[in-house]
Design a protein around this ligand. Structure first.
Ligand SMILES: Cc1cc2nc3c(=O)[nH]c(=O)nc-3n(C[C@H](O)[C@H](O)[C@H](O)COP(=O)(O)OP(=O)(O)OC[C@H]3O[C@@H](n4cnc5c(N)ncnc54)[C@H](O)[C@@H]3O)c2cc1C
Length: 499
């Protein structure tokens, strides 16, 4: 049955490729249309004219990315480094060093994170001020109800309400938000903040452990993955920007239009970013009649900047991955020692560093020369030895409105995989899922979820999606007590006050 059915997937990021791969495995006639010249979306990599590898930011794969790890194993790939340690810098110097948490004796969460993270300057009294916040982590269970309650509050307000010290907020929580949700606390939804912090840091002791690709993700994962999809009969077409979804009078999607070329389909999966779907809706004669779609205009995206610098000499960078805060008011950044992470640069005479900036609005207005000068200055604050190193080559990639902005109040406009059009499905890291994952893993999972909806409609075996690891027993008990308590309050207290 599935073999007769045509599916068009739009967008070749983790979401679109995930959906395409599973449907190709199930014998669907699936075509993936990607606007840019390379598959991979935000994680795409490419080579410069002189053969140097570039990507739109270095991407980490955290311990709970079980679905991606399982995919890589299924494809027979071996793209990752070992687990790495990381550190955090401010203009004052080294602030934090994190161990490999799974190598430390196991402690019930959040004790391991609290005890094994090595804060160089942050006083114990500030760290202890995070304790009351644990209640909100228990209370936020990723349900629709929890998102409704917390989404309209800003992260800053949440931390303030729970008595987090000013210094802990500035030196620990806001830096995490800038690299995790790409925005400062006053611009992040408290719901997204709690979901992200729990998933990446607090759910289980090893969750903050991370691996990196030993080259670009494009080269090491997407290239062989696309080959595999093609060997299964799937088509992956690049330089194909979809302008319109064809929807008949009965409200059924019949295909897409791509530069006047029609791709007919029995089902369509969109795997595009927020900016991508907003553009499609704006130009569409049909989608812009549905409130769910025209309301997407209320969602936003964030500017990011990726730079890669080649220095003339080898400089010792203590740890391969580093996050930085306090250099610009509302911008966070990370830098990576690519000699350590990427096979290609391991034996190079010089140093290769990637520095990526999040919430980089003001930096995108600078020219490349100004940007590289600033990066050199900032990075020298962290690694003073780089002051004497000369930059022999550099690349700047500006990604305007690239990443999802989980702004306060945005949840009401986000959409689930099921759209108001029966055979049009949505996927991507901004799409609502109850899985509990974030970023690349979430994008991939939503792709599989969208593929499963197609399978539910037309037949085949659903993709197995590995759930996030269960809460630890004490967290489970805490959640049950809290949920019962909430239920009693909801039953007896009138819904008069703001939630
Ligand atoms: C600098 C940076 C660093 C990051 N670091 C990490 C990290 O360390 N770990 C992590 O897990 N995540 C990280 N992320 C986030 C991660 O990249 C995203 O969560 C993930 O890649 C989103 O995948 P996606 O498939 O949802 O969307 P995207 O990757 O945005 O893919 C959407 C695709 O749709 C295509 N498209 C758009 N419109 C159309 C159209 N009309 N027709 C056809 N195609 C279209 C786009 O070209 C794009 O290829 C980072 C992001 C950035 C930018």
């Amino acid at each position: 049955m599935s073999q007769e059915k045509k599916v068009v997937v739009v967008g070749a990021g983790w979401a679109g490729l995930g959906a395409t791969y599973h449907l190709a495995k199930q014998g669907y006639d699936v075509t993936l249309l990607e606007a840019s010249p390379y598959p991979g979306g935000l994680v795409a990599g490419w080579k410069t004219d002189d053969g140097k590898s570039i990507e739109a930011g270095v991407h980490g794969f955290w311990y709970p990315y079980k679905n991606i790890f399982q995919l890589v194993e299924e494809l027979g790939l071996n793209p990752f480094t070992n687990w790495t340690r990381s550190s955090q810098y401010s203009p004052a110097g080294l602030e934090v060093e994190s161990p490999i948490f799974q190598d430390e004796p196991f402690l019930p969460t959040p004790l391991g994170t609290f005890l094994y993270t090595n804060f160089k300057r942050l006083p114990l009294s500030d760290r202890l001020s995070a304790l009351p916040l644990l209640y909100s982590l228990l209370d936020f269970d990723n349900s629709d109800d929890a998102w409704q309650r917390y989404d309209k509050v800003t992260a800053r307000e949440l931390f303030k309400q729970f008595g987090v010290s000013s210094r802990l907020y500035k030196d620990a929580f806001e830096p995490m938000l800038l690299v995790g949700l790409f925005a400062p606390g006053e611009q992040c939804s408290a719901a997204a903040t709690l979901g992200m912090l729990y998933y990446f840091i607090l759910a289980h002791q090893p969750n903050f452990d991370v691996v990196w690709c030993r080259g670009t993700v494009g080269e090491m994962i997407f290239k062989p993955w696309v080959k595999k999809i093609e060997s299964l009969g799937g088509k992956v077409l690049t330089n194909k920007r979809v302008d319109e979804i064809i929807i008949n009078n009965q409200g059924v999607a019949q295909g897409v239009i791509c530069d006047q070329e029609i791709f007919a389909a029995d089902a369509v999966i969109l795997g595009v970013s927020i900016s991508g779907i907003k553009k499609i809706v704006k130009n569409s004669q049909v989608l812009n009649q549905y409130p769910e779609f025209y309301n997407l205009s209320n969602l936003g995206a964030i500017d990011v900047l990726a730079t890669r610098l080649w220095f003339d000499r080898k400089v010792n960078i203590p740890l391969p991955s580093n996050a930085c805060f306090g250099f610009d008011k509302t911008t966070g950044w990370t830098f990576f020692d690519l000699n350590n992470l990427h096979d290609e640069y391991r034996d190079l005479e010089g140093t290769v560093i990637e520095a990526d900036f999040y919430h980089a609005n003001q930096l995108l207005t600078m020219n490349n020369e100004q940007i590289i000068k600033k990066v050199h200055q900032d990075i020298t604050t962290c690694i003073p030895e780089l002051a004497n190193a000369r930059i022999v080559d550099s690349r700047v990639t500006k990604i305007s409105q690239g990443v999802t902005h989980f702004a306060p109040g945005s949840y009401q406009y986000l959409l689930p995989a099921n759209s108001p059009i029966d055979n049009l499905y949505l996927s991507g890291d901004w799409v609502i899922t109850r899985h509990g994952s974030w970023s690349q893993e979430k994008a991939y999972v939503t792709g599989l979820e969208a593929a499963n909806l197609v399978i539910k409609q037309f037949g085949g075996n659903a993709a197995t999606i590995i759930p996030v690891e269960q809460d630890e027993p004490h967290i489970q008990i805490g959640r049950v007590i809290n949920q019962n308590f909430r239920k009693i309050i909801n039953d007896f207290v009138p819904k008069f006050w703001l939630p």
